[in-house]
Design a protein around this ligand. Structure first.
Ligand SMILES: Cc1ncc(COP(=O)(O)O)c(C=O)c1O
Length: 463
């Protein structure tokens, strides 16, 4: 593109547009990254410079950008049916999609409620669980339990269960009360165990779960549902925790008869190395929330999956008032559903899940090389995700003062090297498309390491 055109567009952007999760003042003097096109694991700016899409465009791009199989499905669908409301009507896309997802999920998860983004997928699960208890005549179960550092979306309901202070803080008076329990964050163990080391893992008895159990049991009668992001807490800092935590959580929910909600908006569709993270723990939730990667990341779509038992609590004569009154204009949009079918085709045709272990193993092994960098305090990861927590003092695990914006400095330097290392505070992470090759992983890790080292040296550490 002509640089005059790009500058003109950037100027209009500056005048008219308010970007999400962005302090616009940061871009007073520097331009936003103007992305002109995409291909595979790459984004290209207006001048043709190539960037690795190292965060899968906010954790959704699954098979790389512009995959021809998904593109064909979308084009074909556009010529047949573009949009129709989903109350009292139905159409091919969501029917085929529900059938195919049903084939991938455990037997209990048989009812599919569509919506259009991750926050609404969770919001639906919360409302269904809440109304379920009312519909079966249980009035006291109104309390939700979630993890500190958890993230489930930006609506008022999902923020009520979120535990990232920077996101939810200003809205605290708008959100409803919930029980927040310290997260299984090994690097900063909530139970005070000092037995975790990035290179050797943990050697504890999951004492963090005892905290969960203790808090929950005190209010067991009032608990409606417990919600977690299974195995990987994304926005809270790419915190990876053991499968056993989920196994024990399932047993606890069964014991106190509360629902268990798995928010797999980010982890679903291969990101943790299996199709769904919960498979790794071998436990089935009562509600499963999916979005982001469901369409391979091309278009917005979401689904909340639950059991026949939950569905039946809403199934009655209209006048009894048990209907689930919730829906969105673009629920199960035909084009988005076609994209999701295209993504499932790619999973099948290219044997995506089967070919993952080698790449995962390579990424998880090679990521450890960055632990030698003096400001990298923790290295963690799962599947195609790797994260590096930056600290001022490695031995004491002391964080940098947030005003230094060390993660942001890495982001800016990364752009120069063709990486999009958009940080979560001072956690730098890679959230790679599943199609990223071994050679690309190697190149990304090398450039990430160079970038972090450069920032460390600018801070006078490890020069
Ligand atoms: C675990 C999880 N839940 C919910 C959401 C919200 O999804 P959306 O941004 O599509 O509303 C996100 C988004 O990052 C997420 O990571």
């Amino acid at each position: 593109m002509d640089s005059m055109d790009i500058n003109r567009l950037l100027e209009i952007d500056r005048q008219l547009i308010w970007h999400p999760y962005t302090q616009m003042k940061d871009f007073e003097k520097r331009p936003l990254l103007f992305v002109d096109r995409s291909e595979g694991v790459y984004l290209f700016d207006g001048e043709g410079k190539r960037y690795f899409d190292t965060i899968s465009s906010w954790w959704c791009i699954t098979h790389g950008h512009n995959h021809p199989i998904i593109a064909r499905r979308i084009k074909d669908q556009l010529e047949r049916l573009d949009q129709v409301h989903f109350a009292g009507t139905t159409h091919q896309g969501p029917i085929h999609l529900a059938e195919r997802l049903n084939g991938l999920l455990p037997e209990r998860l048989t009812k599919f409620f569509f919506s259009d983004n991750g926050s609404t997928a969770v919001e639906v699960a919360l409302k269904m669980s809440f109304q379920y208890w009312k519909n079966i005549g249980v009035e006291n179960r109104e309390l939700f339990v979630s993890l500190e550092g958890g993230y489930h979306g930006d609506t008022i309901g999902t923020m009520s269960l979120g535990g990232v202070a920077a996101f939810e803080g200003p809205f605290s008076r708008l959100t409803f009360d919930s029980l927040k329990v310290p997260a299984p964050y090994c690097f900063r163990c909530p139970a005070g165990q000092e037995k975790y080391h990035p290179e050797h893992g943990r050697r504890c008895n999951l004492e963090c779960f005892d905290i969960m159990e203790d808090r929950v049991r005190k209010q067991a009668e009032n608990i409606c549902a417990i919600i977690v992001e299974p195995l990987l807490m994304g926005a809270g800092g790419m915190i990876v925790y053991p499968e056993e935590y989920l196994v024990r959580l399932r047993a606890l929910c069964d014991d106190i008869q509360a629902h268990l909600i798995f928010d797999e908006v980010a982890t679903g569709f291969g990101r943790t190395g299996r199709m769904f993270a919960f498979e790794q723990a071998g436990v089935t939730p009562d509600f499963l929330c999916l979005s982001k990667g469901i369409t391979g990341g091309t278009l917005p779509l979401a689904v909340t999956v639950t059991s026949r038992e939950v569905f039946d609590a809403f199934y009655d004569d209209y006048v009894l008032g048990k209907t689930f009154f919730h829906g969105h204009t673009f629920t199960a949009n035909p084009i988005c559903s076609a994209a999701a079918l295209g993504s499932l085709d790619v999973f099948e045709d290219e044997g995506v899940i089967k070919r993952l272990p080698k790449r995962v193993e390579f990424l998880q092994r090679e990521k450890m090389r960055l632990f030698e960098i003096p400001i990298v305090g923790d290295v963690r990861g799962i599947g195609m995700v790797a994260a590096f927590e930056l600290v001022r003092d490695k031995d004491k695990r002391t964080p940098f003062d947030s005003s230094m914006r060390v993660g942001w400095q890495v982001y800016l330097k990364g752009l120069e090297r063709g990486l999009i290392l958009r940080p979560l505070s001072d956690v730098i992470y890679l959230f790679l498309p599943l199609c990223t090759t071994r050679a690309q992983i190697e190149e990304i890790l090398y450039a990430t390491s160079k970038t972090i080292k450069e920032v460390a040296s600018g801070l006078g550490i490890g020069r």
